[in-house]
Design a protein around this ligand. Structure first.
Ligand SMILES: [Zn+2]
Length: 273
């Protein structure tokens, strides 16, 4: 029997705060509107293929567009992407406050969609406080990118396969064995479709799934912003087309698109999906 392989396509639905990082001016309204436009394009793309994906949403974005989040939750999984500002890191803030704020964020999303929130991703793929996540009732975390990102993190020796920490299932993003070429948005978009296919094939050699992440602001035109070229490259229509082709390719390869929550459930309860 051929073993089923999975595609875990994820999107971090957050405020478009990148211009602020590069000391650019952008109004609060525009920060949201840009992400709204990108989110709608993403939704159109995944629904066109009738596949299921995971949307990690900041409570700030969800509060601004609750109807849209509710609509997304009809077909896809909604999970939590931090609380308050997108640049927060909960490891460095006081434990009681982190617990209170993350709990509030989870409950807010649950209220909007009328379902339980099981997944978490820390902004900027930083390491989250697992014991707090467990206490609040999260089932899985997908904040681990097991590769090297200059100035951000060095996870070259972290596990590539899912594992449990404090009863939380860690679902890492995909990288190739040995050299750890990553598949996340920055590399996928800069190196294109063939690179994406290559990393997918390599990582599936010894993995059950391939996991990717993109953002809504990658699906809009970023050329008017003075941000480095490698952050803008292949944005807007191009990334839409690349991802469109990639999804078709995955479907041809009989990869099954499921949410990260489904994947956790499948492994935890040993259910087949
Ligand atoms: Zn983010």
């Amino acid at each position: 029997m051929v073993k089923i392989k999975y595609a875990l396509l994820t999107f971090d639905i957050e405020e478009f705060d990148m211009p602020l990082e590069f000391k650019q001016k952008i109004s609060e309204e525009e920060i949201f509107e840009r992400s709204l436009t990108g989110t709608k394009r993403i939704l159109e793309l995944v629904n066109k293929h009738n596949i299921r994906a995971t949307f990690f949403v900041t409570p700030k974005f969800a509060n601004k567009y609750p109807e849209l989040i509710k609509e997304i939750s009809n077909k896809h999984e909604i999970a939590l992407h931090g609380y308050h500002e997108h640049s927060y890191n909960y490891r460095f803030i006081e434990r009681d406050r982190a617990l209170k704020e993350l709990k509030k964020g989870k409950e807010r999303l649950e209220k909007i969609i009328g379902k339980k929130i099981n997944g978490f991703r820390e902004p900027r793929m930083q390491k989250p406080p697992y014991s707090i996540l467990k206490k609040i009732g999260f089932k899985y975390d997908s904040s681990l990118n097991p590769t090297f990102m200059p100035g951000r993190y060095n996870n070259l020796f972290a596990k590539r396969k899912p594992f449990f920490t404090e009863d939380i299932m860690i679902i890492p993003l995909s990288v190739t064995p040995v050299f750890r070429f990553p598949l996340f948005w920055f590399f996928f978009r800069n190196f294109g479709l063939n690179y994406g296919k290559f990393v997918t094939k390599c990582s599936l050699i010894d993995q059950e799934y391939v996991a990717l992440v993109f953002h809504p602001w990658e699906f809009i035109d970023l050329n008017e912003f003075r941000i480095p070229y490698y952050f803008r490259r292949n944005c807007n229509v191009k990334i839409y087309q690349i991802l469109d082709k990639y999804i078709k390719w995955c479907l041809d390869k009989k990869l099954k698109f499921i949410s990260m929550g489904d994947y956790h459930e499948k492994n935890f309860n040993n259910n087949s999906i």
